[in-house]
Design a protein around this ligand. Structure first.
Ligand SMILES: N[C@@H]1[C@@H](O)[C@H](O)[C@@H](COP(=O)(O)O)O[C@@H]1O
Length: 236
C-alpha cells in the first residue's frame, strides 16, 4: 500500500519522517536504510537536533560512486558523515566501497551485509527519471546489488554537487530494487517540479522498469512524502 503525505516543504517532510523513525525505534527497529541527495537533508537535520540516538542500531546505505574514496567530499560516505554520522553515530554503518579493486566481490559483500541486516525502515529519494538508489530505468525489479552505469540525465542532475560535470563519476554501486523491496517499511521523499513526472509514474503509472520507483507498488508499506510541486501531476 502507498500512503501519500503532502507537506508544505522539506522541513515539514523532515518532521513527518522523523515521527516515523521515532515510532520505529520505540517499536524496536534496529536497522535503518539511509539515502543521500538533497531530499533527505532536512530529515537528517531533524534527527541531529533531536534526542534520539542510534547506539545499538545499524545503518545500511543505498549506494556509492565508483572511484571516490570515503574522504572525498563528493562521496556518499562523506555526505553521511557530515550530515548525520558525525553527530548521531550508529553502532555500525555500512556503505558500498567505491574504491573496491574487485567490484564483483564488493557486490557480493554488500548483498551479504543486506542479508545479515534486514532493513526495518528504508529512506529513499527519487531521481527525475524515477530511479531509486542508483537503479536507473531498465533495472529488473528483483535486482541485487550491482554496478551501474549512470545515465546522462542523472549525471547532469548530480553535476550541481560537483565543480564540473566532467567530475561526476559515471558509475556507481547500488543496492538493487529487489533488496530495497525487502525493507519492512519504506519512506520516499520527493520535492519540486522536476520530480512530478517520476512521482506520477511511481504512484499511478503501470509497474514498469521504465520507472524504477513504480516497483514500490509491489510493497505493502510505502509512505511517499511530497510537496505540492512534486504532487502536481497526481490525479488526487
Ligand atoms: N543516488 C541518488 C539518489 O539516491 C537520490 O534519490 C537522487 C535524487 O537526489 P535529490 O534528492 O538531490 O534530488 O540522487 C542520486 O541519484
Amino acid at each position: 500500500m502507498m500512503k501519500i503525505i503532502k507537506v508544505k516543504d522539506q522541513v515539514e517532510g523532515g518532521q513527518k519522517s522523523f515521527e516515523i523513525f521515532k515510532e520505529g525505534l520505540a517499536n524496536n527497529a534496529k536497522v535503518f536504510g539511509l539515502a543521500t541527495g538533497s531530499s533527505p537533508i532536512k530529515f537528517y537535520e531533524t534527527l541531529v537536533a533531536s534526542d534520539l540516538d542510534f547506539i545499538g542500531c545499524t545503518s545500511v546505505n543505498l549506494d556509492e560512486y565508483v572511484g571516490l574514496s570515503a574522504d572525498d567530499d563528493q562521496s556518499y560516505h562523506y555526505f553521511m558523515k557530515k550530515n548525520l554520522f558525525d553527530k548521531k553515530p550508529f553502532t555500525k554503518s555500512y556503505l558500498p566501497n567505491g574504491l573496491a579493486s574487485d567490484i564483483s566481490a564488493e557486490l557480493k559483500r554488500y548483498d551479504q551485509v543486506i542479508a545479515d541486516n534486514p532493513v526495518d525502515i528504508q529512506i529513499l529519494g527519487i531521481g527525475q527519471n524515477g530511479h531509486i538508489g542508483f537503479n536507473e530505468p531498465g533495472t529488473a525489479f528483483d535486482s541485487n546489488t550491482q554496478e551501474v552505469q549512470l545515465t546522462e540525465s542523472t549525471i547532469k542532475a548530480n553535476a550541481r554537487f560537483f565543480e564540473n560535470e566532467a567530475d561526476v563519476p559515471t558509475k556507481a554501486i547500488s543496492m538493487g530494487i529487489g533488496s530495497i523491496l525487502k525493507a519492512k517499511k519504506i519512506v520516499l521523499f520527493a520535492y519540486g517540479k522536476s520530480k512530478a513526472e517520476a512521482i506520477k509514474g511511481t504512484v499511478e503509472g503501470p509497474q514498469t522498469t521504465d520507472v524504477p520507483a513504480s516497483a514500490l507498488q509491489l510493497h505493502d508499506d510505502v509512505t511517499i512524502i511530497v510537496d505540492e510541486a512534486a504532487a502536481s501531476l497526481l490525479s488526487k
